[in-house]
Design a protein around this ligand. Structure first.
Ligand code: ZN
Length: 279
């Protein structure tokens, strides 16, 4: 089936980030040396959704450092990303199975083997050590960016504090398997540990609906969240042009007036038309 959307953004070269400081390839932990939360930002949960890799590349280039606590930056399914082919982009979503469906203990501790399970087992200690997790995705269909909050109040509260994107999707998980944002304490209303998932727009569309700059979204959201949460030191400069930023801020003000979307039924519910990303 021919791709409906042209590849307008370029996959970043992330080879320089292979050797991290954690003993696990493509996983870096930046420690402020001061007390504070552990924050994990993960890109490439799906190998064909590389806007998150662009965002992490940006953070590394800006030499971002946490002001307090620890910040872990991880590229997840690098094996799938490595086989990205602009002529046939969709198969690079995963190698053997969806990396974002294997996060139940019974699956991680079970006897099955796959490229994604091996990688999930490597990253599990980092996920389980995170007080806050932001999982970076994009969508198959053109759509405004949304924050996927699962169904917990604390995830909605964190998403509202971040403020970007303004549209929230409250869903009930995925029937095919446990997603990272629902793993363990993330899914426990009594635990303060919180995970959310951003869908930054169509995978490869540079300028999405409403003039939204796909490849600038996460750094912009990052700067806002840093102001709100006060956890992470600011990068010295913005990722996108001033015109794009102004447009985005304007949109953000308008969007914040919108109500949170009502809880929707399962993974098939979409906020705007059909979204085949699968999260
Ligand atoms: Zn995804």
């Amino acid at each position: 089936m021919p791709e409906r959307y042209p590849i307008e953004i370029t996959p970043p070269d992330i080879s320089r980030y292979r050797e991290g400081n954690t003993g696990v390839d493509y996983v870096h932990t930046l420690d402020s040396g001061k007390p504070g939360s552990s924050v994990m930002v993960q890109a490439l949960t799906h190998g064909n959704e590389f806007s998150g890799a662009i965002a992490l590349d940006y953070l590394f280039r800006q030499e971002v450092r946490p002001a307090r606590g620890k910040l872990t930056l991880a590229f997840a399914n690098i094996a799938a990303f490595a086989r990205f082919d602009p002529a046939k982009p969709s198969p690079s979503r995963y190698i053997d199975e969806d990396y974002n469906r294997v996060w139940a203990d019974g699956v991680l501790d079970g006897p099955r083997d796959s490229a994604e399970l091996r990688r999930a087992r490597e990253l599990r200690p980092f996920v389980d050590a995170a007080d806050y997790l932001l999982d970076l995705h994009s969508m198959s269909e053109a759509c405004r960016p949304i924050m996927v909050c699962g169904k917990s109040e604390k995830s909605v509260a964190l998403s509202r504090r971040m403020g970007v994107p303004a549209d929230l999707l409250l869903d009930t998980g995925h029937p095919a398997g446990l997603r990272m944002i629902e793993r363990g304490a993330f899914n426990d209303p009594q635990s303060p540990r919180t995970a959310i998932l951003i869908e930054t727009g169509q995978h490869w569309e540079k300028s999405g609906r409403g003039g939204y700059r796909h490849d600038a979204a996460v750094p912009d959201g990052y700067r806002r969240s840093r102001r709100r949460l006060g956890e992470i030191a600011a990068p010295p400069q913005a990722a996108c042009g001033s015109a794009a930023r102004a447009r985005y801020r304007s949109r953000g003000r308008k969007e914040r007036e919108l109500p949170v979307r009502a809880p929707m039924e399962g993974a098939r519910s979409r906020p705007e038309g059909r979204n085949a990303s699968g999260k």
